[in-house]
Design a binder for this molecule. Structure first.
Ligand SMILES: *[C@@H]1O[C@H](CO)[C@@H](O)[C@H](O)[C@H]1NC(C)=O
Ligand SMILES: *[C@@H]1O[C@H](CO)[C@@H](O)[C@H](O)[C@H]1NC(C)=O
Ligand SMILES: *[C@@H]1O[C@H](CO)[C@@H](O)[C@H](O)[C@H]1NC(C)=O
Ligand SMILES: *[C@@H]1O[C@H](CO)[C@@H](O)[C@H](O)[C@H]1NC(C)=O
Ligand SMILES: *[C@@H]1O[C@H](CO)[C@@H](O)[C@H](O)[C@H]1NC(C)=O
Ligand SMILES: *[C@@H]1O[C@H](CO)[C@@H](O)[C@H](O)[C@H]1NC(C)=O
Ligand SMILES: *[C@@H]1O[C@H](CO)[C@@H](O)[C@H](O)[C@H]1NC(C)=O
Length: 203
């Protein structure tokens, strides 16, 4: 798998009974290539990942961070994306990105590409450009173990809600693409949140 194909789809529908600490962080390390320990690649990557949480708060107001850096002498460029849930404050976002930047180095120590999902944010790095590129794989899906009362009614209501939110999130502009909503299906209430990274076009 090319690190370019590390994708950023996170589907989260989980029961409150499940302990989130058992599910996050969840890392996917690209199997395609490793860099050498203690190399300039490693120093550049570590510095780039640290810059996520030391960036000025303005750029984290919208919960999105991207940066790139050239590895000196190696004719390679490293790319990093940090993305927080659209409802986080800049400070909560910074806290999550800081932890994740450290976790991704620990959990994928030598890999040239990786993505790390945590409860409040996602961090990703690659040696191939990942800006403005749609990626939906690898995905990480969690589901509520309880069953709905009436699947047909529930799925119809869920589909209508997600269709609506998908359009709203995509149309959110170049700073934030995020939408939330809720609907009812029989006795079930459905809450949904949809988000794309804002470097993508609406299409
Ligand atoms: C990324 O690293 C892999 C593994 O070393 C290499 O095969 C690939 O050519 C690199 N990609 C770029 C864009 O440099
Ligand atoms: C990369 O390093 C990991 C251990 O960190 C190892 O399991 C994996 O086989 C290595 N991959 C390649 C392509 O050398
Ligand atoms: C990197 O350097 C540190 C300290 O100099 C050493 O402990 C570590 O084993 C080195 N790691 C690799 C992969 O060479
Ligand atoms: C972040 O991504 C945007 C959109 O793809 C790109 O224009 C910009 O140069 C990137 N920022 C950095 C610091 O690389
Ligand atoms: C996620 O953010 C919320 C709101 O700031 C916070 O209460 C919660 O503790 C955060 N989760 C983790 C695992 O840090
Ligand atoms: C939900 O439905 C599935 C498939 O019909 C069944 O295997 C499972 O036991 C059900 N779970 C609960 C919590 O009732
Ligand atoms: C549910 O959606 C309505 C608008 O359709 C909104 O006014 C309300 O705040 C939402 N409730 C929650 C708990 O998000």
């Amino acid at each position: 798998m090319n690190p370019r194909n590390l994708r950023l789809l996170l589907l989260l529908v989980f029961a409150s009974a499940i302990n989130a600490q058992d599910l996050f962080p969840h890392e996917v390390c690209a199997p395609t290539g490793n860099f050498t320990g203690n190399s300039t690649y490693q120093t550049t990557l570590t510095t780039l990942l640290s810059s996520i949480s030391t960036t000025n708060s303005l750029s984290l107001t919208y919960g999105f961070f991207n940066a790139s850096a050239v590895v000196s002498g190696a004719s390679q460029t490293l790319y990093v994306i940090g993305s927080c849930r659209g409802d986080l404050t800049a400070e909560s976002c910074r806290t999550c990105l800081k932890t994740s930047a450290s976790d991704i180095r620990r959990l994928c120590p030598l890999q040239k590409g990786a993505v790390l999902y945590s409860e409040n944010c996602t961090v990703r790095h690659s040696n191939a450009s990942i800006f403005g590129t749609v990626t939906t794989d690898p995905d990480y899906q969690l589901f509520n173990v309880n069953n709905v009362t009436n699947p047909d009614t529930y799925n119809a209501a869920l589909r209508a809600l997600l269709d609506d939110l998908r359009g709203k999130a995509a149309a959110g502009g170049s700073l934030r693409k995020y939408a939330t909503g809720n609907t009812s299906a029989d006795f079930d209430k459905i809450y949904a949140m949809v988000q794309c990274t804002p470097d993508l076009t609406e299409q």
